[in-house]
Design a protein around this ligand. Structure first.
Ligand code: PLP
Length: 404
């Protein structure tokens, strides 16, 4: 398989990244997906739309996020300089708002009055409810019943913001079931409803537009690296659930062959146990949620159960662009298990005074392994995708503490 990263222009007009991506949906969704694609392609180059989006990113989200040199961590790990792209400092505490702000603006321009979203840990649900409140749109969030129980602070947050949270009791009662239910809602209510997908998955054009909205991270980073050290970084590391924070950081650097890029999946209890959420490391191609990509499924095509200590990485699929970047070799994909992620969570907290999300902690754990191998004089940037406040209960519980 070949692709010249210098002429990287994916997806193609049909939404394909090599053999991945596409649009595997009910016929009733074809028309709204075409309408969305058309609207997006004309608005993305429209100066007024761009100005509106840039203003929201600056004044509401708080962009640009800093590029922070983690000097104590660098000294401790020994080797490459560690820099952190601080997406945890965005409004609502993660990169997800970059995308919800963009999609909500599209909804507004399309004249939609109601937005729906799926959520796992609740981060995308909160980001969607937040922007819906700001724009005065009705918001319904589908969430697996299991997750509703596990993530009660985020459920309450969404309700405070005026969203309706619908618990989904089908299947494993988690994220993939919530996404099925949201797609079902959209089929029935396409006239007034915009479906805000939370990662670079789903049918075309979602993987493209979610990537584009998150690519503000990588674009900022280029300028910040020039300013801070007058050169491109040597390596980029990001965690991969559906893959939106990773692709947002990687995408603007794909043509720069000197920049190594590493995506870190959730190894759960270990790849060998089968109890993980690492479709790129241990899955195979298949179709899930409207696109062809790497998935975790059994020999009959049934989607497998997944496990990760971090709810945001606990998904049996991955964005189709990552599938293509894996096959072409442009990005390396690895996995980190629960225990190593928890250790990295504590380490960043104690050494730099930054409590990271458990998702992010997977990327940090891999950076810790890489930094000494890269050696002094090299520069490694970790996408600090979110803050860890939402994970305090999970960590405390693992350590035998009860917080309330
Ligand atoms: C949701 C989430 C992720 C995983 O989603 P991607 O689409 O893979 O980025 C990672 N980090 C944080 C903080 C999240 O909230």
């Amino acid at each position: 398989m070949s692709s010249n990263p210098n002429n990287y222009a994916y997806p193609d007009a049909r939404g394909h990244f090599g053999p991945y991506g596409g649009r595997f949906v009910a016929e009733t969704l074809m028309q709204p997906l075409h309408a969305l694609e058309e609207a997006y392609l004309s608005l993305r180059d429209d100066p007024d739309f761009r100005a509106e989006l840039d203003r929201d990113l600056k004044l509401y989200v708080g962009r640009p996020s800093p590029l922070y040199p983690a000097e104590r961590l660098t000294k401790r790990w020994g080797g490459a300089e560690i820099h952190l792209k601080r997406e945890d400092l965005n409004h609502t505490g993660a990169h997800k708002i970059n995308n919800t702000v963009g999609q909500a603006l599209l909804a507004k321009h399309l004249g939609k009055t109601r937005i729906i979203a799926e959520t796992g840990a609740g981060q995308h649900g909160v980001a969607s409810a937040t922007i819906a409140a700001r724009l005065g749109l009705k918001c319904v969030v589908y969430m697996g019943a299991e997750d509703v129980e596990r993530q009660s602070p985020n459920v309450y947050r969404m309700k405070l913001l005026g969203a309706e949270v619908v618990p989904v009791s089908s299947g494993t009662r988690t994220l993939k079931d919530a996404m099925n239910e949201a797609l079902r809602d959209w089929v029935t209510n396409v006239d007034d409803t915009f479906y805000v997908i939370g990662t670079v998955a789903g049918p075309h054009p979602y993987p493209m537009l979610v990537r584009d909205f998150n690519a503000v991270v990588g674009r900022e980073l280029r300028g910040q690296c020039q300013e801070a050290f007058g050169a491109l970084p040597d390596a980029l590391v990001a965690c991969v659930g559906g893959g939106s924070n990773a692709i947002g950081m990687f995408h603007p650097f794909i043509p720069d062959s000197s920049v190594r890029m590493i995506g870190v999946e959730a190894g759960g209890y270990g790849i060998a146990t089968g109890q993980h959420a690492a479709p790129l490391s241990a899955g195979h191609p298949g179709v899930l949620h409207g696109n062809r990509t790497y998935i975790m499924a059994d020999e009959n095509g049934q989607i497998s159960g997944t496990h990760s200590v971090s709810a945001g990485l606990d998904y049996p699929g991955v964005g189709p662009e990552h599938a293509w970047l894996k096959d072409t070799g442009r990005v390396e994909y690895v996995s980190v298990n629960d225990d190593d992620a928890i250790a990295a969570f504590h380490e960043l907290t104690r050494v730099e005074g930054i409590i990271p999300a458990l998702e992010t902690a997977h990327a940090l754990a891999w950076a810790k392994r890489m930094a000494p191998e890269m050696g002094a004089g090299k520069r490694l940037v970790v996408n600090l995708s979110g803050r860890g406040d939402k994970d305090l209960y999970t960590v405390a519980k693992r350590e035998g503490l009860k917080l309330d």
